[in-house]
Design a protein around this ligand. Structure first.
Ligand SMILES: NC(=O)c1ccc[n+]([C@@H]2O[C@H](COP(=O)([O-])OP(=O)(O)OC[C@H]3O[C@@H](n4cnc5c(N)ncnc54)[C@H](O)[C@@H]3O)[C@@H](O)[C@H]2O)c1
Length: 370
């Protein structure tokens, strides 16, 4: 770490960093800070320790646990993220603090000219998300949102299959997000309160996944329930979505069921998930249907109709850690070599759709997205 900080002793880190890349055949890892070293922040840091493209430069998080963790992995620690930003030479920042802090922390990074990978959701409200996006746009600083599924090769493959027309026009979609969170998960109070539940924490990823595959959401209807856990926050939801392309989707979410049908377990999204041989998302169209994550395609070879045999084909699935790929992408975006796969404004549209689920459940009316 000291080597990295000493190397970046000039005033313009990014230009020095680019020069260093040009001069060496083995690129030096870009120094990246993590603000918020809780559950997901540590997961990022663990991957950064052995990442080929980026290295952990510093951690900001006021807790003793975060200070001890930073010491354990040999990374400078700051209680105040502003002090970290002012005292450390960086190529980019990953923000993994609670949702309500995202806009302020992100804007502090942007004001210092630092590209940001903001954990999802981009913010806790549309207004705060817009404030963050506006700041990034005004400063010309890249803002990315951590919808890491977009970096999963399975999802990219599915997107290509859809673009190639394997299902024809998407018509009817079912997305399942049902699993069991252990009781210990609910120890922090915010996870029992409105906003800390499976709609904004988990289903938002499924909404983003569908947006990535078939485009924007037009309107939402929903019901939620807290009947099993009895917390203020929902434990279960049933959602209907109409997409701009005309497709209708049914999404089921529950964090209180013993079930394997969710993307994280089915896709083996990260090493800490058991990888189960099931599907969680089903896309039916006018010419065929596609399941995820197994990428089964069902089509008619000859005559069409429900009495005719359907042919199943399976696309070989290449598995890779989307968080690792997201970090490679973070560096490429910070260097101006790639555009964000999930930009701030893209993440904001996903947040709008997820908040519409809550509005629809509360009002029991359809909510239109503009
Ligand atoms: N991409 C994903 O799949 C995924 C998964 C989990 C969480 N998240 C997102 O990541 C964020 C963090 O979630 P988590 O589960 O890690 O929460 P967490 O409560 O485990 O960790 C949050 C950490 O941020 C720290 N913190 C709070 N305010 C801070 C501040 N002002 N400066 C620095 N540190 C501060 C806390 O001390 C805590 O250690 C949330 O936005 C959440 O939605 C994303």
């Amino acid at each position: 770490m000291r080597l990295i900080l000493e190397y970046y002793s000039g005033s313009e880190l990014c230009s020095i960093f680019r020069k260093s890349i040009d001069m060496t055949s083995t690129p030096i890892r870009m120094p990246v800070a993590v603000i918020g070293a809780g559950a997901i922040g540590r997961m990022h840091l663990e991957r950064m320790l052995s990442h080929a493209d980026i290295a952990p430069a510093a951690v900001a998080d006021p807790t003793d646990a975060a200070r001890d963790y930073a010491a354990a992995i040999g990374v400078p620690w700051f209680a105040d993220y502003r002090e970290l930003l002012d005292r450390t030479r960086l190529g980019a920042v990953i923000v993994a603090t609670p949702n309500s802090t995202h806009a302020d922390v992100g804007i502090a990074c942007i004001e210092r000219g630092l590209p940001v990978l903001m954990e999802k959701p981009v913010a806790d409200t549309v207004a705060e998300g817009q404030r963050l996006c506006d700041a990034a746009a005004a400063a010309g600083i890249p803002l990315m949102v951590g919808h890491q599924r977009r970096h999963n090769p399975i999802l990219r493959n599915a997107r290509k299959l859809l673009a190639d027309g394997v299902v024809g026009r998407p018509v009817s979609i079912t997305a399942l997000a049902t699993w069991l969170k252990p009781d210990s998960y609910f120890e922090p109070a915010w996870r029992r309160q409105v906003g800390g539940g499976p709609v904004l924490i988990n289903l938002i990823h499924d909404i983003d996944l569908l947006r990535f595959l078939i485009g924007d959401v037009e309107s939402v209807q929903a019901m939620t329930s807290n009947a099993v856990r009895g917390f203020e926050v929902e434990d279960t939801g049933a959602v209907l979505m109409r997409f701009a392309c005309g497709a209708l989707a049914t999404l089921a979410v529950s964090d209180t069921t013993v079930a394997p049908w969710n993307w994280d377990l089915a896709a083996g999204e990260a090493a800490h998930y058991a990888q189960l041989d099931v599907n969680s998302h089903f896309i039916s169209g006018t010419e065929g249907s596609l399941t995820l994550p197994r990428l089964d395609v069902w089509r008619y070879d000859g005559r069409r109709g429900w009495h005719e045999p359907l042919t199943q084909s399976r696309t070989p699935v290449h598995r890779a850690d989307p968080y690792v790929e997201q970090m490679r992408h973070l560096r490429a975006v910070a260097e101006g070599k790639e555009q964000p796969v999930c930009s701030g404004s893209d993440g904001l549209r996903t947040l709008q759709a997820a908040l519409a689920v809550q509005d629809a459940a509360r009002s029991q009316c359809a909510v239109a997205l503009v």
